[in-house]
Write a protein that binds this ligand. Structure first.
Ligand SMILES: [Zn+2]
Length: 140
């Protein structure tokens, strides 16, 4: 039974909105590419490759055939010591959070929020404020 529910919304800025749209476009292309490949293979052999095989094939083609796909698969990485779980997403107070504690209760402002939702909000605002300092890595 769900005793508490949270409603949250993303509020992406223009840069983030563009990245989200690019990501969706790349995901759509990958899906359609895999589907076309499956149909083609099925017509020729009566069988089609599975998702893992197709993923490998697409990744092999990416650098030469579809380099633009990297544009849609950028990952912003937070510093590994960024205290996303320990920080109050409303007021910024930092406190210890044992893993067993699933709800964040802020001593500073009284916020009571799901542990993971609090961490997600902190990571989102970390991306918003530190976008230029964030480490950009390519997914393979
Ligand atoms: Zn707080």
């Amino acid at each position: 039974m769900i005793s508490k529910a949270y409603k949250t919304e993303l509020d992406p800025n223009n840069v983030q909105r563009t990245l989200l749209a690019k990501h969706a476009g790349v995901a759509r292309f990958a899906w359609n590419w895999g589907l076309a490949r499956s149909i083609e293979e099925y017509k020729l052999t009566g069988k089609s490759s599975n998702a893992v095989e197709q993923h490998k094939q697409l990744n092999a083609l990416k650098p030469t055939e579809f380099p633009w796909m990297y544009e849609g698969s950028k990952l912003l990485k937070a510093d590994r010591f960024f205290p996303s779980t320990k920080t109050c997403s409303a007021c910024g107070v930092i406190k210890e959070m044992p893993l067993s504690e699933r709800t964040y209760r802020c001593d500073g402002c009284g916020l009571i929020i799901d542990r993971d939702l609090n961490a997600a909000r902190n990571l989102l605002s970390n991306v918003k404020t530190n976008q230029s300092r964030g480490t950009e890595v390519r997914k393979s």
